[in-house]
Design a protein around this ligand. Structure first.
Ligand code: GLN
Length: 270
């Protein structure tokens, strides 16, 4: 599963092709009619089940409505720079790419790892976070120490996540029984209840679940799981929006805001 390592090269070559698309029309949700004095909307498609990147808090207690998280704060700052109004559209993770490519949402912002398959459906901005898959097991488990030792075990993954993709490739060969969930928190609950032997999810989210559930711990396998890079997905060919978001993202990254945002969100999650 070293596919993801090719991502940067692919993203670079995609960037080189960009000028060829300059001037393409855009028919996105952000263009929906604006009245005088009203800001243009920037609609992001996300799955708010992925702390610390996106999660639901009490109504009106979030950064936008009931939504908080690193991605939400980051996008609020990007929208402010573009003088646009951020709107969050919460949906199943595997609906996000379709929502953006059909123009129902402008951007895919969901701690989304750039990979070859997704690059066929969307264009991606520069990356803003690195993560790796973590194997969550019960704290007293001693026999699961890497992916190899998942052989014969029942492992929870979230449908369509990169963890699902990676393990699906070896499921038969390694005799792993994959159980798919729509939310990471459900997989963790089943792990805590002893219904599954392990759950595989992105490292930042794994850490967040470990904090909430002291009876579980994380195991890593750098040999098997490649580093993943998160980026924001844009409808293919919408270079105008891609360039605007990239410019704002660059300023935010250069100001060291990503780390600050992460620390602020972390403090709110305590
Ligand atoms: N980074 C993982 C992926 O892209 C998980 C993303 C998420 O759950 N929001 O599949």
């Amino acid at each position: 599963m070293k596919k993801i390592t090719k991502v940067l090269a692919l993203a670079l070559s995609a960037a080189l092709l960009l000028p060829a698309f300059a001037g393409c029309s855009n028919d996105d949700a952000s263009n929906s009619g604006t009245e005088d004095g009203e800001k243009e909307k920037l609609v992001i498609a996300t799955n708010a089940e992925f702390p610390p990147f996106e999660f639901v808090v009490e109504k009106d207690k979030g950064i936008v409505g009931e939504y908080d998280g690193i991605d939400i704060v980051l996008m609020k700052e990007i929208a402010d720079k573009l003088d646009m109004e951020l709107e969050v559209s919460n949906m199943m993770f595997d609906s996000i790419i379709g929502a953006v490519s059909s123009g129902k949402a402008d951007l895919a912002v969901a701690g989304m790892t750039v990979d070859e398959e997704r690059l066929e459906s969307l264009d991606f901005t520069d990356t803003y976070w690195s993560a790796v898959q973590t194997i969550l097991v019960s704290k007293d488990n001693t026999d699961i120490t890497n992916v190899e030792s998942l052989s014969g075990k029942t492992v929870g993954v979230v449908t369509g996540y990169t963890g699902d993709t990676a393990l699906s490739e070896i499921e038969a060969e390694k005799n792993i029984t994959l159980k798919r969930y729509t939310k990471g928190v459900d997989a963790v609950q089943e792990l805590v209840n002893g219904k599954i032997d392990a759950a595989v999810i992105d490292s930042p989210t794994a850490e967040s679940f470990i904090k909430e559930n002291p009876e579980i711990k994380g195991v890593t396998d750098d040999e098997f799981f490649a580093t993943e890079e998160y980026a924001i997905g844009v409808k293919k060919g919408n270079t105008e929006l891609l360039e605007k978001v990239n410019a704002a993202l660059k300023e935010i990254k250069e100001a060291g805001r990503i780390e600050e945002i992460a620390a602020e969100v972390d403090a709110r999650l305590q």
